[in-house]
Ligand binder design. Sequence first.
Ligand SMILES: Nc1ncnc2c1ncn2[C@@H]1O[C@H](COP(=O)(O)OP(=O)(O)O)[C@@H](O)[C@H]1O
Ligand SMILES: N[C@@H](CCOP(=O)(O)O)C(=O)O
Length: 307
Amino acid sequence: MNEIKIFSPATVANVSCGFDVLGFCLDTIGDEMVIRKTTEKGIKITKIVGADLPFEAHKNVASVSALALYNHANPDCGFEIEIYKNIKPGSGIGSSSASAAGSVFAINELLGRPYNQTQLTNFAMKGEAVASGCEHADNIAPALFGGFTLVKSTTPLQVLQLPTPEDLFVTIIHPQIEVKTSEARAILPKQIPLQNAITQWSNVGSLVHALHTNDYQLLSQALVDVVVEPYRSQLIPHFDSVKTEVIKAGALGAGISGSGPSIFALSKSKKTAEDVAKAMTTIYAKTAINFNTYVSKINTQGMKILS
Ligand SMILES: Nc1ncnc2c1ncn2[C@@H]1O[C@H](COP(=O)(O)OP(=O)(O)O)[C@@H](O)[C@H]1O
Ligand SMILES: N[C@@H](CCOP(=O)(O)O)C(=O)O
């Protein structure tokens, strides 16, 4: 095989209580990428459609992660990368991760799969670090493994795959203002009060238990973030109203998707997720802010090979 076309999914990191460790993968939103072998050695970005992103290999996260794998594998060919962006950069639904994870997934396929998902995650984290200033894996892991993931540690990298309850649906609203992950990280405090830490780790444990036991009530109670949300929600206009209205519409809970500005909500059925989308839309429709809404199942497969 000399060429591959893939669907590289959007992801929701943090899932309220799990800053930098929890994430899940989306089904209906994602980029497409075409990667092909070349006789000329090295990694080149040859086409970017849908976003204004750098072509320089050391600046684009897709080539940075691809180079990490390439330098390790030292194959006797090169690769060129085409990126078709559907996930807006700075949206909070893992735009940079989709590129960073997509390129290593595709090159691994073209090389006959020498690396496992954990090794691919490690390579992709090098790209993610260019975008966010930090090697976090909470978007990369669900993009590569699919479903819900928990990053137990990054050094050494250990990713736990969590179960996905059958009826769980996600609603996303993306108000079109850009929040750079690096900036949304810079505003966070370096230390947190002990009582907040206790609340947060009790919620992370409960959320993981709820996924294992299909306990939607516990899941709803656990979708709370007392550590990061109080700071970042100030960057997102109408965040509090959206949260209040989506709960009235039947959502189990809602929070900031990744570093924002997207807001996610989880619901127990597609119908409720669609009602939640209407509630979100009603709020932003009254403002001058452009927005997109999406309803998606959790994608348990992760990356998809299109051809
Ligand atoms: N292939 C790429 N896809 C998306 N963003 C990229 C890519 N390469 C570099 N970037 C940079 O990464 C930043 C967007 O990443 P980030 O702030 O983490 O947003 P997101 O939450 O959407 O991933 C932008 O500064 C963008 O220029
Ligand atoms: N844990 C990170 C996740 C960033 O996600 P993104 O989709 O905004 O890139 C953080 O919260 O900083």
